[in-house]
Structures are given as C-alpha cells and as structure tokens.
Design a protein around this ligand. Structure first.
Ligand code: FDA
Length: 305
C-alpha cells in the first residue's frame, strides 16, 4: 500500500516540487546519488574502484520528451566515457542507460541511434553498456533495441525484472554465451496482469530466474540487497562452479555498503550502481518505495528546523 503511494508520488510534479524545496532533501539525495556533476561521478567511482569494487554509472534522467534532451543525455554519456578512460577507470567502470532518456517514448529509432553511439564510445573506451529496464510497457521495445545493439556490440547487457511474469522465459532467451543479464526484482508499479504482487511470489520468481541464468552459458549479474537472494546466489555459484570472472553481484550506491565490501573481500566480483546528475527525483522515490524504513530519514527532509 505504502509502496504504491510512494510510486504514485514519483510521477507527481507537485510532490516533486515539495520534495525538491524541502530543507534536508539534499542530505537524503546525497546518500543515494554521487552528486550533480560528472566530476562527482568520477570521484565516487575512483573511491569505489580503490576499495576493490566495480562500478556502473547512471546519468539520472528518464521520460525524455524532446530530441534535444535525448541528444544532451547521449552527449553526457560520451563525455563521461572519455573521462573514465582518461582516468584509467575502464574497464572497472561501465555505464547503465535508460532508453526513455534517449527518446524511446517518442521515437524508438532515435533511442536506438543514441544508444548505439554510446555503445560505440564504450567500446572505444574499453568497456560496456547495460540497458536499464523501465515499466512493462517498454520491455518489448527495450529487448528489441538490445538485440539490434548486440549485433555490433555483443557485450551490451540487459536488465530483467523478476516481478514480471514473462521474465523466466526472457531469462531462457538471454542465457546464451556472451549474454550479460542483470537480474533485479523490479522497481515500478505494475498491474497484476503482468507482474507478481506479493514479495513472496517475486522472491520465488527471482530464484527461478537466477537458477536459469546461473545454469546457463551467459554472464549473470545478480542485482539485489536481499540477504536471502545473496546467500542463494553464493550457493548457486558454488553449485555451478562459477568463479568471480563468470558472474557478479550488484548493489546500489549507498545501500548496504558493508555487505558490498564483505562480498568483495570474499573474492566475488561486486559492482556498485552509481547514479549522478540533477534529475534524482524518480530514482530517489523508487528507493524510498523499496524500503519504507527510509521514510523516517526522508520525513526529516520535509520538516523545517
Ligand atoms: P528488497 O527491496 O525486496 O529488500 C529485501 C531485503 O534486502 C530487505 O528486507 C533487507 O534485508 C535488504 N535491504 C534492502 N534494502 C536495504 C537497505 N537500504 N538497507 C539495508 N538492507 C536492505 N529495477 C528496475 O525496475 N529496473 C532496473 O533497471 C533496475 N536496475 C537496478 C540495478 C541494480 C544494480 C540494482 C541493485 C537494482 C536495480 N533495480 C532496478 C532495483 C530493483 O528492481 C529493486 O527495486 C531493488 O534492488 C530492491 O530490491 P532488493 O532485491 O534489493 O530487495
């Protein structure tokens, strides 16, 4: 219930204005977002890489409505990739891209063209791109763009969301050699017709999907903070004899950093998803919806001293 309310608020410009102008919002944002500028993203990446973690960087922004905004997002990724390579942070750092920020809502072809330019720049920088997955109305389009991109850039990765009923079948499709799949639970508000609604059903689906990916020939990226899913992931890695070069754990910046360090210390590959940029609102609200305990922290941001 609370999750639905917060996810509905994530689409409200009125709530966005209220949150953006509240006195402590900046402190809350800082916990989950590396900063507004490209230099902030590089600084955070350097710190994480020095601590033995891999990184994927996300320039915040979604639901772009003009070609100019889409081009600006593409250009920011091109700039970022050059800076990462110049700083010697590739291949430890890769990038994550939302097709909706590249024009998917109004022109799939231009979203593809923009994503292709980012994949070419990542290739030149010696690293890779993973396409984030958004709400279920975009899944087919995103997987179609992925399959086109993979013809020239086979290491381009996809995200699959365990809460969608279709995902087990998508995992089978994408578990072949060379295929990089980030498996997450899913962060959007979805109808029962397409998505499991209870945490228990989502968890069971996550484990079924993990079994398919970990027993397949691709490169699974287990994106979760859930201690049970992580323990099952460790178990499957032993069972299917997958060393640190054949799968990885992934978590979000600012969430369970001590667990990220523990897993890396045990020899696993662990990648931190680092968002940066001004457009943090939708991202922040999805993080709050996942863990209502964060609301206590967040509530302070809405109350002035
Ligand atoms: P869940 O939220 O169910 O939490 C389970 C348990 O994990 C909790 O009970 C607690 O024990 C622990 N936990 C969770 N958060 C914690 C916290 N803040 N502090 C301490 N313990 C905590 N989604 C999407 O729809 N599209 C996408 O492209 C992506 N991309 C993505 C990339 C990466 C790298 C990650 C890690 C996640 C995503 N997501 C995503 C988000 C994902 O779908 C999901 O919403 C969140 O990861 C939360 O789900 P969990 O699996 O972490 O468990």
């Amino acid at each position: 219930m609370l999750r639905s309310v917060i996810l509905a608020a994530s689409r409200s410009s009125q709530v966005e204005r209220l949150v953006a102008t509240a006195p402590y919002t900046r402190d809350v944002v800082r916990r989950f977002v590396a900063g507004a500028a490209t230099d902030d993203a590089l600084r955070a990446t350097r710190g994480l890489v020095d601590d033995g973690l891999a990184v994927t960087l996300d320039h915040l922004g979604e639901d772009t409505v003009t070609p100019e905004q889409a081009t600006a997002t593409r250009d920011e990724y091109l700039r970022l990739l050059k800076m990462l390579a110049a700083a010697g942070l590739t291949p430890a750092a890769e990038v994550s891209v939302k097709l909706s920020a590249l024009g998917q809502m109004f022109d799939e072809q231009s979203a593809y063209d923009n994503a292709r330019a980012i994949c070419a720049a990542a290739d030149a920088a010696g690293t890779t791109v993973t396409l984030d997955m958004e709400d279920h109305t975009t899944t087919d389009s995103t997987l179609e763009v992925l399959s086109r991109l993979r013809k020239d850039f086979p290491s381009t990765g996809a995200v699959l969301q365990a809460y969608l009923r279709r995902t087990e079948s998508d995992c089978r499709e994408l578990s072949s050699a060379g295929s990089r799949v980030r498996l997450c639970k899913g962060a959007y508000k979805e109808p029962e017709s397409v998505a499991y609604q209870s945490a228990r059903e989502v968890d069971r689906s996550y484990v079924r999907c993990m079994n398919i990916l970990m027993s397949g020939d691709g490169y699974p990226m287990l994106a979760t903070h859930d201690p049970r899913m992580i323990a099952i992931g460790e178990d499957r890695a032993r069972w299917f004899d997958r060393g640190p070069e054949r799968f990885e754990f992934q978590m979000l910046y600012g969430i369970r950093p001590e667990e990220q360090a523990r897993l890396a210390g045990e020899g696993y590959t662990v990648r931190t998803y680092v968002p940066y940029g001004d457009e943090w609102y939708g991202y922040l609200m999805r993080r709050l919806a996942e863990r209502p305990a964060n609301l206590v922290f967040f509530g302070r941001a809405l109350i002035s001293k």
